[in-house]
Ligand binder design. Structure first.
Ligand code: ADP
Ligand code: MG
Length: 269
């Protein structure tokens, strides 16, 4: 029962030129006050993602990547400015439409998987469906299909707490996509993984992005992986800058300890 707003964003609908940008921000600003101090991680960001794009957001730790993704997902509200989804400002949505946007249009993956360790992989993936009242058997069958898509069909009945870090992140990705969203937002999804698992999870995101015709925005410290995106944007001093400039800014922020310069996987912040 997609509302009119969300129906506009159906990936199978041919979009008029004016709605090519499925997600857009206008002068997006976020301030945090901590004691006397005011922090402005986002200082007037104009951003636009076209349907089907895979965009990497890079930037040093504390530059506002998570803050930005949270605003895009309507998990937090801007101090000023606006986020537009399919041409409609999130600020104009009624509470029920906003909940619908969060739950059905956006899949969110965190750096830490936030799985329930005592529940099985399938139960974790089914959780967003169960919350919406889908019958348990049906929800678990859908979850198992998604576990197959992330290469974990054989682990459906295993407790999430017993899976490896890479496997847990795959389960988290399946859970993020189980409602068949149009947007996938991933906040350093490979940040807790070693190089090999990070590459595997990135491969998976890339594959699901294409096969499910998602629009994907991911924050990452990993410049090697970021370079595989359609577009790289660097977040620095509250502003988003495109392309090579973003990489240069990000590279400057690699700590000495990373050792291998701008090519170091996971070397930022
Ligand atoms: P990143 O994800 O790039 O590491 P964040 O978006 O988490 O950066 O944080 C950006 C800045 O905003 C940091 O200085 C952080 O301390 C601050 N910040 C984030 N969330 C809050 C909050 N809820 N209250 C106060 N400050 C915050
Ligand atoms: Mg972060």
């Amino acid at each position: 029962m997609a509302s009119t707003v969300l129906a506009v964003a159906d990936r199978h609908t041919a979009a008029p030129e004016s709605e090519r940008a499925i997600l857009r921000t206008e002068s997006l600003r976020k301030e945090f006050r901590s004691g006397q101090q005011e922090i402005v991680p986002l200082d007037g960001i104009d951003f636009s993602a076209e349907r089907g794009e895979l965009i990497a957001i890079v930037g040093p730790s504390g530059s506002g990547k998570s803050t930005f993704l949270h605003l895009l997902a309507a998990l937090d509200t801007p101090t000023s400015g606006a986020v537009y989804f399919a041409g409609k400002s999130l600020l104009s949505l009624a509470e029920s439409e906003l909940a619908d946007f969060r739950n059905r249009s956006v899949g969110f993956v965190w750096q830490r998987h936030h799985l329930l360790p005592d529940f099985t992989a399938a139960e974790n993936v089914a959780m967003p469906l169960l919350v919406h009242g889908k019958p348990e058997g049906e929800a678990l069958r859908t979850a198992e299909t998604w576990l197959g898509e992330v290469g974990l069909a054989s682990r459906a009945g295993q407790r999430a707490g017993e899976l490896s870090g890479g496997e847990q992140q795959r389960v988290a990705i399946a859970r993020a996509l189980v409602n068949d969203p149009v947007l996938l937002l991933a906040d350093e999804p490979t940040g807790d993984l070693d190089e090999r698992n990070a590459a595997g999870v990135f491969d998976l995101i890339e594959r699901l992005h294409r096969s499910h015709r998602l629009t994907t925005i991911l924050a990452t410290h990993n410049l090697i992986l970021a370079r595989r995106a359609d577009r790289i944007l660097g977040l620095h001093h509250g502003k988003l800058a495109p392309g090579a400039e973003a990489l240069a800014d990000a590279a400057v922020s690699i700590p000495q300890a990373a050792g291998a310069g701008a090519n170091a996987p996971g070397g930022l912040g």
